[in-house]
Design a protein around this ligand. Structure first.
Ligand SMILES: Cc1ncc(COP(=O)(O)OP(=O)(O)O)c(N)n1
Ligand code: 3NM
Ligand code: MG
Length: 216
C-alpha cells in the first residue's frame, strides 16, 4: 500500500460524537484526512439496516474526497457496501479468513500491541498494522496497557518497512515523536470527533504528520 495513506487515519462511529457523524466526517475530509475507518461499536451503536445505511453514506462521502473507506471488524458489512478494505484485531476474524472473502485489491489492516503480533501480521500479509494503544484512551473500553512511543519504536525495529499507524489516546502534540519513532501516521477517534473544529484539527494533524514523514 501507499504508506502516505496512513498519515491521518480517522476512525468514527455514530457514538463518538454529539454532532451528526456525517457532518464530522465531511469536515475531517475537508481538513485532509488520508484514510477512514467506520467503527460502529459500543454503547448505542447502530445495528442492521441503520448501520448499513450510515456505512453507505460515509463511503459515498469518502469517495467524493478520494479517501479510501475501511470497515472495522464487520467483513460481511464491508462486502455489502463495497468498501475499500477492513481492519481486524487479534480477537477478530483472522487475516487468512479475511483474505479468502475479500477482493485481492482491498486493504487489510491488523492490530498489534507487541512485536510478536506485529511479526505474525507481517508474515500473514497485512497491508499495515495499527500499533497501540500508545497512550491511555477513554474511547476503547477494552484497550490494553499503553506501550508508548518506546513500544512503537521496538515494533518498527522488528518489522522492517511494514506500514505502521499508531493509535490510542493520540493528540496533536504526540505526532512528531511518533513519526520519529517509526510510525507512518496516526489514527485517531476523539482528537478529531470531539474537536470543536474537526476540519482545522484534521488539517493540523496532516501538517504535523506530513512535515516529519520519512523519505519513501
Ligand atoms: C487502525 C486501527 N488500529 C487498531 C484498531 C483496534 O482494533 P481491535 O483491536 O480489533 O479493536 P476494535 O477497534 O475492534 O474495538 C483499529 N480499530 N484500527
Ligand atoms: C480503536 C482503538 N484501538 C486501539 C488499540 O490500541 O488497538 S485504541 C483505540 C481507540 C482510539 O481512540 P482515541 O483516538 O479516541 O483514543
Ligand atoms: Mg476489532
Amino acid at each position: 500500500m501507499k504508506r502516505d495513506l496512513l498519515q491521518v487515519y480517522f476512525i468514527l462511529g455514530s457514538n463518538n460524537t454529539e454532532e451528526d457523524p456525517l457532518y464530522v466526517l465531511e469536515e475531517a475530509l475537508k481538513g485532509g484526512i488520508t484514510l477512514f475507518q467506520f467503527r460502529e461499536k459500543g454503547r448505542g451503536a447502530l445495528e442492521g439496516v441503520a448501520k448499513k445505511q450510515l456505512a453507505i453514506q460515509m463511503k459515498e462521502l469518502c469517495h467524493q474526497y478520494r479517501v479510501p473507506f475501511l470497515v472495522n471488524d464487520d467483513v460481511p458489512l464491508a462486502l455489502g457496501v463495497e468498501a475499500d478494505g477492513v481492519h481486524v484485531g487479534q480477537d477478530d476474524m483472522s487475516i487468512h479468513e479475511v483474505r479468502k472473502m475479500v477482493p485481492s485489491n482491498w486493504l487489510v489492516g491488523v492490530s498489534s500491541t507487541n512485536a510478536e503480533e506485529a511479526i505474525q501480521a507481517k508474515k500473514d500479509g497485512a497491508d499495515y498494522i495499527g500499533v497501540g494503544p500508545i497512550n491511555s484512551t477513554n474511547t476503547k473500553t477494552d484497550a490494553k496497557q499503553p506501550i508508548g512511543a518506546e513500544g512503537l519504536q521496538e515494533i518498527r525495529e522488528r518489522v522492517g518497512d511494514l506500514p505502521i499507524v499508531a493509535i490510542g489516546g493520540i493528540r496533536l502534540g504526540h505526532v512528531i515523536r511518533l513519526v520519529q519513532s517509526g510510525a507512518d501516521g496516526v489514527s485517531v477517534i476523539s482528537a478529531i470527533s470531539q474537536s470543536v473544529n474537526p476540519r482545522t484539527t484534521a488539517g493540523a494533524f496532516l501538517k504535523h504528520a506530513n512535515y516529519y514523514s520519512r523519505e519513501q
